[in-house]
Ligand binder design. Structure first.
Ligand SMILES: *Cc1c(COP(=O)(O)O)cnc(C)c1O
Length: 380
């Protein structure tokens, strides 16, 4: 199956008893056994497996070209599960421009379990090599990064660690498997905040992992089962429903994102525009090689460099909603320094380039004329 078919049919079956085209929402915590230990189709207790979650997990594995999908109560619960593969003393090399919540979990939660995190600028893959030691067990990639839309060359990283006992995990939340499939580029593991583009309608918090191999999938499933961060059946259904229109939505997000980036680029009040699909972006070549298109996330700064200008702008937009999160059908605008990335210390933010005049847009699938008119009015 090709991708647009997989988002609808990948791993899916009609419900065997009634022929129901969609998987029912199986609201059950437990499953009847005829005699002790004899399970129907492997179902025992919904923390271990639930048919609605299973349908979603099979879809996830299918669209990311992996062996096993797992659905979690949030994106962060999915990352938590990955880190529990590791032991005290293990080292993780992570890209330095990370989602704020991931950074918080790494530095304030798992740090105290003696996991050692090194944050590296992945622009140049040789910089990663310098930090690899015999204790390095995991490389954590986000591409494009949030909020500065920097790219990491996934293939170059997986080539670098080939033959070493190091897992490469990619947070594929921003790109989605429509634009980029990390497992095809050699990654061992893909993670999603399914809250964003996979769900796609800003109505659910959910997370996902897809493992390249059955073996890794089984290890992760054991951790999920043993620590319990699963996604419930209702929410699993919502994400599964969202995935069916993923290809269509991301196509439109990408068209609109590109149009907004081009509009911002020529606006006299705008200084920098961060969007991998602009031809003068230093990573444009990598973007066209690694991604099918460039998605709907665009960040920019003001010529004035003033925080007040960013705040006034955000107070004025109307079609764009000032809110955290991203990836839904509706357009959102956000001030990373005060909202999504407030958990990163100010000096660290400055070092990364997350300045106080930076605005991040999640460009939705509305009519582009209305989006541009809204931005135009807010600038005025
Ligand atoms: C939102 C987000 C997360 C965290 O996911 P939740 O579903 O909010 O727990 C992780 N990574 C990225 C890139 C995100 O945007």
């Amino acid at each position: 199956m090709n991708f647009n078919t997989k988002v609808i049919h990948g791993g899916q079956q009609h419900e065997p008893h009634t022929g129901s085209v969609n998987v029912p929402v199986f609201l059950t915590s437990t499953f009847a056994q005829r005699t002790p230990g004899e399970l129907k189709n492997g179902y025992e207790y919904s923390r271990g497996a639930n048919p609605t979650r299973q349908a979603l997990e099979d879809s996830l594995a299918s669209i990311e070209n992996g062996a096993r999908g797992l659905a979690f109560g949030s994106g962060l619960a999915a990352i938590d599960c990955v880190l529990k593969l590791l032991s005290p003393g293990d080292e993780i090399i992570a890209v330095d421009d990370l989602y704020g919540g991931t950074y918080r979990m790494f530095t304030r939660l798992f740090d105290k379990y003696q996991l050692k995190f090194t944050f590296v600028n992945f622009d140049d893959v040789s910089k990663i090599e310098q930090h690899i030691t015999e204790n390095t067990k995991l490389i954590w990639i986000e591409t494009p990064t949030n909020p500065l839309m920097k790219l990491v060359d996934i293939k170059a990283v997986t080539d670098l660690v080939k033959g070493k006992n190091i897992l490469v995990a990619v947070d594929n939340t921003f790109a989605t498997p429509y634009l980029q499939r990390p497992i095809d580029l050699g990654a061992d593991l893909v993670m999603h905040s399914a809250t964003k583009y996979l769900g796609g309608h800003s109505d659910v918090i959910a997370g996902a992992l897809v493992a390249k191999t059955e073996e890794l999938g089984e290890q992760l499933h054991f951790i999920q089962f043993a620590s319990g961060g699963i996604l419930g059946p209702h929410d699993s259904y919502l994400v599964l429903r969202g995935i069916k229109t993923l290809a269509l939505r991301v196509q439109r997000h990408s068209e609109n994102g590109k149009a907004v980036a081009k509009y911002l680029q020529q606006h006299p009040s705008v200084d920098k525009v961060f969007y991998p699909g602009l031809e003068d972006n230093p990573q444009y070549e990598l973007a066209t090689r690694q991604m099918k298109d460039f998605g709907g996330m665009v960040s920019f700064t003001f010529k004035s460099g003033k925080k007040e200008d960013a705040i006034k702008f955000l107070e004025q937009v109307k079609v764009f909603t000032l809110a955290e999160s991203l990836g839904g059908v509706e357009s959102l605008a956000n001030h990373p320094a005060m909202m999504t990335h407030a958990s990163i210390p100010a000096e660290k933010r400055a070092e990364l380039g997350i300045t106080d005049d930076l605005v991040r847009l999640s460009v939705g699938i509305e009519d582009i004329e209305d989006l541009i008119a809204d931005l135009e009015r807010a600038f005025a």
